[in-house]
Write a protein that binds this ligand. Structure first.
Ligand SMILES: Nc1ncnc2c1ncn2[C@@H]1O[C@H](COP(=O)(O)OP(=O)(O)OP(=O)(O)O)[C@@H](O)[C@H]1O
Ligand SMILES: [Mg+2]
Length: 504
């Protein structure tokens, strides 16, 4: 079997953090090699070293048996290494095609003019290969997170890569999009490409991985063939112990609790069509549906992030006017966004500032002085409670691993003390151990009397958390189920029962 990439004894440390400690890793042609490990284990760092983004402190990199020095992303591209990053990195004001070919756009007229036609035709060809129906001229700002991810994949493929690194490519994709992506991945494998696949979704391993390498604390624990192992064994290697079964008991009876939030006939263009629902204190309402069903739109509208065309919002029985997120927060409504880069975090600032930022007034001593020690203490408490992996609360958030950034967003909202909380994809990109912790935390918040809405594209998560499930399709509510009656099948039926397709 041809070895494409061989990494030996790679080490990398950042100020105060040994991210990689003598890691070895090997990738063959025509294989999908999954890289697994908890948040902060070193997966992204290892792949960034291979992709020329980080310089290694020690160790060797061989490509097809030849020792190489990958000193820059350009070097990596020339060596046929393409990477799709965990965080989206597209320019929002440029088109999809311009993003793909940025810095190497086809030109005409002696190179004086951009050849728009060829640019778009080239992009169209890449999209066809990905089975993606998308006009290359569309601005990235107008694309859903899922489609932006697909553009990133098209970009990585555009370098004729023989090594393709995908860092959590499916985190934002729905079941259909994942199936499409897997078809492309298998096709590339067929063509001889070696694929490094990073994911926290255990159920994907069986479907796509040929081999698995598990990392923990910056070291490689083992590399095994998928055929010789199972998910339980992999989790054990990841966390160093077996995970206790984390099931919810019977949902509490909240039928007589006060209605905390009631939304009546909410409308916003084609995205939200007469959506009504209510959540009681202590209740967890699950919002299920396929990507694009309108769940995030509803949350954003209630939170005042988008203007509405009509409808009524009542908080604790009182009609309220919410025009901005500030209005929402003033009414005790919090929204943990699915896109942490856009809404959730000031990534250049440190952990404590991000956690405390919006709750400053409560942390002011004598109303005047910022009590730095109190902020640090509070932040430190959340770091411990949520198991945020950071050398200190003074670490800039952008230096944390993806999953740990997500936990900082959660800490920030917990501190704000809202009593109505929308969690939008709360465990996307979060490792199995931390995910169980966050589930317990959401249970606990409900038990304290908070009214909670959880939006999730993972049906097991919806079933695990919800007391009641609301299903949406194409901007409408297509059904509601008591958690005791809901199954993956019943939810999927409702999720695909849109007005346009319900012909009976
Ligand atoms: N640029 C950086 N500066 C400082 N520390 C960093 C930097 N990049 C990563 N780290 C640290 O290195 C460790 C490994 O991070 P890495 O991003 O590789 O984890 P990961 O396995 O990809 O985790 P996740 O599943 O959360 O994405 C973490 O402790 C992280 O905080
Ligand atoms: Mg990562």
């Amino acid at each position: 079997m041809d070895t494409l990439v061989s990494l030996r004894g790679l080490s990398k440390s950042f100020a105060g953090v040994q991210a990689l400690d003598k890691v070895s890793f090997e990738l063959r042609a025509s294989e999908v090699h999954a890289l697994m490990g908890e948040n902060g284990a070193g997966k992204s760092t290892l792949m960034k070293v291979l992709a020329g983004i980080h310089a290694r402190d020690a160790g060797e990199i061989e490509i097809e048996g030849r020792a190489v020095d990958v000193a820059s992303p350009r070097d990596a591209q020339a060596l046929g290494i393409g990477i799709v990053h965990q965080e989206l990195n597209l320019m929002r004001h440029l088109s999809a095609a311009q993003n793909i070919f940025i810095g190497r756009e086809p030109r005409r007229g002696l190179g004086l003019f951009l050849d728009e036609e060829r640019l778009n035709a080239d992009a169209r060809r890449l999209f066809a290969r990905l089975n993606l129906d998308l006009d290359p001229r569309t601005l990235v700002a107008d694309l859903t997170v899922a489609r932006q991810q697909m553009v990133e994949i098209a970009k990585a493929l555009s370098f004729d890569s023989k090594v393709l690194i995908m860092d959590e490519p499916t985190a934002a994709l729905n079941a259909q999009e994942v199936a499409d992506l897997f078809r492309v991945v298998r096709q590339l494998r067929e063509e001889g490409v070696g694929i490094v696949y990073i994911s926290h979704r255990m159920d994907e391993l069986r479907q796509i991985a040929d081999r698995v390498t598990v990392m923990r604390d910056g070291r490689t624990i083992a590399t095994v063939a998928m055929a010789d192992t199972d998910v339980a064994a992999i989790i054990h290697m990841m966390v160093g112990r077996a995970l206790e079964e984390n099931l919810r008991g019977a949902p509490p009876d909240t039928a007589r609790n006060e209605v905390a939030l009631e939304v009546r006939k909410l409308r916003r263009g084609a995205a939200i069509r007469d959506v009504s629902f209510s959540v009681r204190k202590g209740e967890i309402l699950g919002f299920a549906g396929l990507m694009g069903a309108g769940r995030t739109e509803v949350a954003r509208a209630v939170f005042g992030a988008d203007a509405i065309d009509g409808g009524e919002i009542r908080v604790h029985g009182r009609a309220v006017r919410i025009r901005t997120p500030q209005d929402a927060v003033a009414n005790g409504i919090g929204y943990l966004s699915e896109d942490r880069k856009q809404f959730g975090l000031a990534t250049a600032m440190d952990v404590q500032a991000n956690i405390a930022m919006t709750s400053m007034s409560r942390l002011l001593r004598l109303g005047m002085f910022i009590d730095q020690a109190a902020i640090a203490r509070t932040a430190d408490g959340y770091v411990r409670q949520l198991g945020i992996r950071t050398p200190s609360v003074a670490q800039p958030v952008k230096l944390l691993s993806g999953g740990n950034q997500q936990k900082v967003v959660i800490a920030k909202w917990l501190l704000r003390d809202c009593d109505i909380l929308f969690f939008d994809e709360p465990t996307r990109g979060i490792d199995v151990g931390a995910k169980a912790e966050i589930h317990k935390l959401i249970d606990a918040l409900a038990a304290q009397g908070k009214a909670i809405v959880v939006i999730s594209s993972e049906l097991p998560e919806i079933l695990r958390l919800s007391h009641r499930v609301l299903v949406m399709c194409e901007g409408r509510v297509t059904g509601e189920q008591d958690a005791r009656d809901a199954t993956q099948e019943s939810i999927m039926r409702l999720a695909t029962r849109c007005a346009s397709s319900a012909t009976h």
